[in-house]
Design a protein around this ligand. Structure first.
Ligand code: DX5
Ligand code: ZN
Length: 218
C-alpha cells in the first residue's frame, strides 16, 4: 500500500497541535515535518522544540526532513524530541556517514534525500545504512510548487540498485503531489508521497486525503 504523508508545512501555524490531531483523525499514519535552516534553502520553519511540543499530540510516525546545511549537530536533539525518521540531504556539508550513524545511534530510522538536480547515484554509497529514501520532486524550500515529473524516473533507478543488492528501502517523493499526478507517481514506484498543499490546503481534508490515498493505490 502506498501511503500519503501530509506535510505540516501547509498546516495553520496558529493552531499546530489541533492541526496535527485533525490530520491524524482522517487516517494519516505518517506526518512529514519540514525543517528548514535558511541556508540550505531560502526559508525557515520549525526547530526541534516544535517537534518535541507536538510529540504528545499524536501517535503518527514523525518523518523529519532536515533541509539543513549542517544537520549533524542537530540530529540528537531532533531524535530526543521524538522523531521516528530523520532524513538528511546528500547535498549537505556534513559527513553523510556520520549523520546516518548518529541517527541510528539515537535509535531512529535514517533517511537520505536528493534534490531534483542531484543524480540518484549520490545515494548509492549509503544504501546499506538507509531505512528511507526521499526523492525531491520540487526544489526544496516551499510548499505549493508544481511537481517536476522528470524526477520520478529516479525511483526506478534507485529500486533497481536496491534490488541488485538485495535491499528493499521505501522511496518517498516530496513536492507537488496532487490528485492529478498521484497515480503517475504511484506507477513510477513511489511507496510514500508527501502532500502538503493538496491535503492541508483542501477545504475537506478527509476527502482530499482519501482521494490521494485511493489514487496512490489504483
Ligand atoms: C518542500 C518540502 C515539502 C513541502 C511539500 O521543500 O520539503 O515537504 O511541504 O509541499 P507540497 O505538497 O505543497 O508541494
Ligand atoms: Zn519535505
Amino acid at each position: 500500500m502506498a501511503k500519503i504523508a501530509p506535510s505540516l508545512l501547509s498546516a495553520d501555524f496558529t493552531r499546530l497541535g489541533e492541526e496535527v490531531k485533525e490530520i491524524e483523525s482522517v487516517g494519516t499514519e505518517i506526518l512529514h515535518i519540514d525543517i528548514m535552516d535558511g541556508h540550505f534553502v531560502p526559508n525557515l520553519t520549525f526547530g526541534y522544540s516544535m517537534v518535541k511540543a507536538l510529540r504528545p499530540v499524536s501517535d503518527m510516525i514523525y518523518d523529519v526532513h532536515l533541509m539543513m546545511t549542517n544537520p549533524l549537530s542537530y540530529i540528537e536533539n531532533f531524535a530526543k524530541a521524538g522523531s521516528d525518521i530523520i532524513t538528511v540531504h546528500t547535498e549537505c556539508d556534513d559527513d553523510i556517514n556520520k549523520c546516518l550513524d548518529l541517527i541510528h545511534k539515537c535509535g531512529v530510522k535514517a533517511g537520505l534525500s536528493v534534490k531534483p538536480k542531484t543524480s540518484p547515484d549520490a545515494l548509492f554509497p549509503y544504501l546499506d545504512k538507509l531505512e528511507h529514501i526521499l526523492v525531491m520532486t520540487v526544489e526544496p524550500g516551499f510548499g505549493g510548487q508544481s511537481m517536476m515529473t522528470e524526477c520520478l524516473d529516479k525511483i526506478a533507478v534507485i529500486k533497481a540498485e536496491c534490488a541488485s543488492r538485495g535491499l528493499n528501502i521505501p522511496v518517498m517523493i516530496d513536492g507537488g503531489v496532487n490528485a492529478d499526478n498521484v497515480q503517475t507517481a504511484a506507477r513510477a514506484g513511489a511507496d510514500m508521497m508527501v502532500a502538503g498543499n493538496a491535503v492541508f490546503g483542501a477545504k475537506d481534508r478527509a476527502a482530499a486525503f482519501k482521494t490521494l490515498s485511493e489514487g496512490a493505490n489504483l
